[in-house]
Write a protein that binds this ligand. Sequence first.
Ligand code: ZN
Length: 417
Amino acid sequence: MPEVVFPLDSRKKFTEQPIVGHNRWHPDVPAQVRVRPGDVFRVDCREWFDGAIRNDDSADDILNAPLASVHVLSGPIHVEGVEPGDLLIVDIVDVGPIPQEDSGPLAGQGWGYTGVFATRNGGGFLTEQFPDAYKVIWDFQGGVATSRHVPHVSFTGIVHPGLMGTAPSAELLRTWNAREQALIDTDPHRVPALALPPNPDSAVLGNLTGAEFDRVAAEGARTAPPRENGGNQDIKNLTKGSRVFYPVFVDGAKLSMGDLHFSQGDGEITFCGAIEMGGFMDVHVDVIKGGMSKYGVSENAIFMPGRSDPQYSEWLAFSGTSVTLDGEQRYLDSHLSYQRACMHAIDYLQQFGYSAIQAYMILGAAPIEGRLSGVVDIPNSCSTVYLPTEIFDFDVRPGKDGPTAIDPGQGVPVARA
Ligand code: ZN
């Protein structure tokens, strides 16, 4: 096993660990770990809510999920000799849940969860259809996820980090905060919010203290969106074997990671939305000097996905177009057409006996494929969502005898907002 440079005790809170990570992006969060190009090392990662979500049959914890506290990230890690303008090479050598024998009461490690936030607490992709808080617990065994809340479905994990990235420069941070505030200003009271501005409440900034802590907490960018530094990209294909090339904006790159997922569908449509878990990552780092200009990579990270995907070969696909549920025609709106494709799949699965929220949870957690199938055929974009048929223990395909009735079991815990 590689040296553990960022250890976490899963029985303790994030702020009580020997090395304290962070939950805001800022160039002045101090690096507490130093590695060299060529090194292979292990980083433990807390699940993104630091143990606030429990393995039980109530969604009260999701209803009151402390969004200001996310994401608890492991890092920053300073890579010696790496400078602004370089590309940082990050190989995901291995990634997985914390071994079950190590799990404490706060861990979440032979299990994980998928949540849907209430509209007033973040919402989600289909928040108009699902305004309350919902939670599903998934159990992991032999690399496969099953749930007492969503029976008749099981699938192989596609384990990946939801979030990994380098620190922004002071200038880039100012750009982020200005452009996101300008968006918020277009509709400042919208529920859910258009974006999340800096918020000192619940900020964790490594070992910073005093006035420096206050300054960085007031300026630090929230970790929810992906940006030029990578960040919360939620790309399910960043499995082990992946190689990512991150733009570098500060000395040492200041690499951070977290938000591990046991599985996720394209789009992470449920928002709390993959199967969230804590775990470990084994990482190899290297550098391409001057790589940002050599390869024209300044917009965001580029990557070569790993090959350890579950092997599903049979699919049932649903399409949607950019027309609202009220029948209003929108112009090539791929976000809307993906919503309609997903709603289409949810309607279909309900014919077998699933509740709408059970179907929504399957789309968020299982390795579904989402595609922008057509983006030019005015006025309708066409988005598609592909369900692997082999994850169901009944025949989910249409046939002449009509849908098989399944027992939906106890269903999904809900907390009314
Ligand atoms: Zn996540």
